[in-house]
Design a protein around this ligand. Structure first.
Ligand code: HEM
Length: 379
């Protein structure tokens, strides 16, 4: 009886807060006369279920295309993941968004991101770190990792693919991508240590694009718990690395963690440990599903198109023949993989691994005759 009462109370509070959020968003909406077409759906929930379901079924673009057709407009307004959002479609609209970064709009994750990245989502912290990580991700900075990635790939194929009649590609590649990330970002190779980070990581990924209801048992609540667990693990790694760098047991250039730890901003200040942990977490998330999706689809298309497979095979074999036994790939070898790279690009064109990022309007503006209210998500 008591339990029933508590559950009822929690449900009631949830409904009250949802209705309040809905009323607030509608109050905001009513003061704008020419918003793009679209419906806001159910209170608070909006059209989130449809948005999430089309993604789960593997057709996230369907949510967008259905509405472009329905409203005959390059701009439409659903309410997704609890926030009123204006979706910009097509080259002109996207060019407008990208050329107004930090003028009219700024990158802002989905509502869930605030709880997963409490520090990064605060503006004053984000710019310096963002500049830093983009420097570490430039091709010239990544060159030195070619042989590292080759070595991990060879071990992966030997242990997981060779001699098997059948393999389930997607989970294998996700595991492989996570191993590469652990090595390149953190110099972690120990499989047990990787598994300790990987388990909460999948819970975190599942909760990132979901309705952000932090209530025991929800996907989102599990994701927050997982993010705290990973952050704790990352802070421990960061602390140890600081000691290792001081004692010359680690190299300043061995991985992205060393680079971030030693980098300073214009005031010669280092990022805090928690800040670095969130950046590493962001890199793990940003690089994971994107790269593993491309690799999985490359395998799918190569299996379906033997003539393309043969061309890729030829190119790879020629590079292999030019190497000494046991010699790992280097950046020059990667540059020679022109056909293979074109295949990867075509795969990304046919099945984009990422549907787009959320931004937020930092002031009221108009585009194509429509009002875009300050504070609304755009994407
Ligand atoms: C095929 C692989 C990938 C694709 C297609 C891809 C695509 C994208 C796209 C479309 C964005 C949003 C850009 C914007 O709207 O401003 C983005 C952001 C980003 N990506 Fe990637 N990405 C890939 C791999 C990676 C990898 C491997 C990493 C890290 C090692 C990474 C790190 C990031 C970061 C840090 C951001 C910015 C996030 C922010 O500003 O909040 N990405 N990526």
């Amino acid at each position: 009886m008591e339990l029933l009462f508590v559950c009822g109370l929690i449900l009631f509070s949830l409904l009250v807060s949802m209705s309040l959020a809905y009323l607030l968003s509608n109050k905001h909406k009513s003061s704008y006369t020419n918003l793009p077409p679209g419906k806001m759906g159910l209170p608070y929930i909006g059209e989130s279920f449809e948005f999430i379901n089309t993604g789960r079924k593997g057709h996230p673009e369907k949510f967008i295309y259905d509405r472009i057709t329905k409203y005959s407009s390059q701009l439409f307004k659903p309410s997704i993941l609890t926030q009123p959002t204006i979706v910009f479609c097509g080259p002109a609209a996207n060019k407008f968004l990208f050329s107004n970064e930090n003028k009219l709009v700024k990158v802002r994750g989905p509502a869930a991101a605030k709880k997963i990245f409490p520090i990064l989502m605060k503006d004053e912290h984000s710019m310096m770190g963002r500049k830093m990580i983009f420097n570490f991700l430039k091709p010239e900075a990544l060159m030195r990792y070619a042989s590292v990635m080759d070595s991990i790939s060879q071990k992966h194929f030997e242990s997981c693919w060779e001699g098997k009649q059948e393999v389930v590609v997607s989970p294998l590649i996700k595991g492989f991508a996570f191993c590469v990330a652990c090595k390149v970002f953190l110099s972690i190779e120990d499989q047990q240590h990787i598994a300790k980070l990987a388990d909460p990581f999948s819970a975190l990924i599942s909760g990132l694009f979901t309705i952000p209801i932090d209530f025991p048992g929800t996907t989102f609540s599990r994701a927050i718990k997982a993010s705290k667990e990973i952050r704790k693990g990352l802070v421990a790694i960061i602390k140890q690395r600081k000691i290792d760098l001081e004692e010359n047991k680690a190299s300043p250039t061995q991985d992205i963690l060393s680079h971030i730890l030693l980098a300073t901003d214009e005031n010669k200040e280092h990022l805090s440990e928690l800040h670095i942990a969130e950046y590493i977490l962001l890199l793990l998330i940003a690089g994971h599903d994107t790269t593993s999706s491309v690799m999985t689809f490359v395998v799918k298309y190569l299996a379906e198109l033997p003539h393309i497979y043969n061309e890729v095979f030829q190119e790879q074999m020629e590079i292999t023949k030019s190497k000494k036994p046991g010699e790992l790939l280097n950046w020059d070898d990667i540059q020679k993989m022109k056909y293979s790279w074109n295949v990867a690009c075509e795969v990304m064109r046919l099945t984009p691994p990422f549907q787009g990022a959320f931004r937020e309007a930092i002031s009221d503006f108009t585009f194509s005759g429509f009002s875009i209210p300050k504070g609304w998500k755009v994407g």
